[in-house]
Write a protein that binds this ligand. Structure first.
Ligand code: AMP
Length: 288
């Protein structure tokens, strides 16, 4: 690698202009740029994406931006944890080169009125329960891709549907970057790591692992039990736990995200779930 393709100390950049200047030099020198978009409040799940990006690229950029346009619930936006300083310390320790932490004005000097048509993958599940969410995700991720122009971008499979939506956006807009899907990181008790977990009360936190536990258990019922029976079992088991309410649980074809009725309909069945644990909305998924 050319020496000028490496950035020695981690830089925290707030302006698009400054980021452009830094990345232009890296690109001119043939440096491969890896990119991890996040909303901050970083945990091991995020850091696993960063590690993969650091491993595969010459320069790694992590964005930290709580994107208002993807929040359909104002309370969720207001209560979303913001921990920029601690995030930067974690990222520096992982060998991250550049943190891009823009203000809302920097990202949206004027309202983003673009409407994406991302087809069925954006309409089902999260698309149905969080109107406008994926349009906001497409707005911010396309802006970030335009700013960073990465060679590869890293996303977590915890947001399984989000990856399908991003792939569709990339296809439609003709981006040439590589989308890398990284496995879900979990707490020792199985709970999928999430920035929202810190909002759980101690008793909610104690009950929340029922989600992952039940999903895992449900894989042992396949193909003996029908799709309908597995769905009913998962929903009933989780709903029995205090303060837990399943919003939806769908078993889908992992490529099209269409619900299946019979295991024979796909080689790649995935169970996607959203559960309210008190007021906190948790998501998870499992491959069968
Ligand atoms: P967020 O900050 O929640 O927007 O997440 C930023 C990225 O980290 C997304 O690609 C998420 O899918 C990913 N991510 C969040 N939690 C996890 C996890 N537990 N395991 C793996 N990736 C995760």
């Amino acid at each position: 690698m050319h020496p000028e393709t490496s950035v020695k100390l981690m830089k925290v950049v707030n302006s698009i202009r400054e980021l452009n200047q830094i990345l232009a030099v890296i690109r001119e020198n043939g440096g491969q740029i890896g990119f991890v978009p996040t909303m901050g409040a970083l945990h091991e799940g995020h850091l696993s994406l960063v590690r993969e990006s650091v491993r595969e690229n010459d320069v790694n950029v992590v964005s930290i931006f709580v994107n208002p346009t993807q929040f359909n619930d104002k309370n969720d936006l207001v209560s979303y944890p913001r921990t920029l300083e601690a995030d930067c310390r974690l990222l520096e320790a992982e060998g991250c080169d550049i943190v891009f932490a823009p203000s809302e004005e920097e990202m949206y000097p004027e309202p983003d009125t673009r409407v994406f048509n991302l087809g069925r993958v954006a309409e089902v599940m999260e698309g149905a329960f969080r109107p406008g969410h994926f349009n906001g995700v497409a707005q911010v991720v396309s802006k970030l891709f335009d700013i960073v122009q990465p060679d590869a971008a890293y996303f977590g499979e915890k947001d399984f549907q989000q990856i399908a939506v991003i792939r569709e956006m990339v296809r439609q807009l003709g981006y040439t970057l590589r989308i890398v899907a990284c496995p879900i990181l979990r707490e020792p008790d199985g709970l999928a790591m999430s920035s929202r977990n810190v909002r759980l009360t101690p008793s909610q936190r104690q009950n929340a692992p029922v989600i992952a536990r039940t999903l895992k258990e449900s894989t042992t019922f396949v193909p003996g039990k029908s799709v309908e029976e597995v769905k009913a079992h998962v929903i009933e088991t989780i709903n029995r736990e205090p303060e837990m309410k399943v919003e939806y649980f769908e078993i889908v074809d992992g490529n099209t995200l269409e619900s299946i009725r019979d295991w024979s309909e796909t080689q790649f069945p995935v169970g996607c779930i959203t559960v309210f644990c008190g007021p906190v909305r948790l998501i998870d998924n499992i491959k069968y």
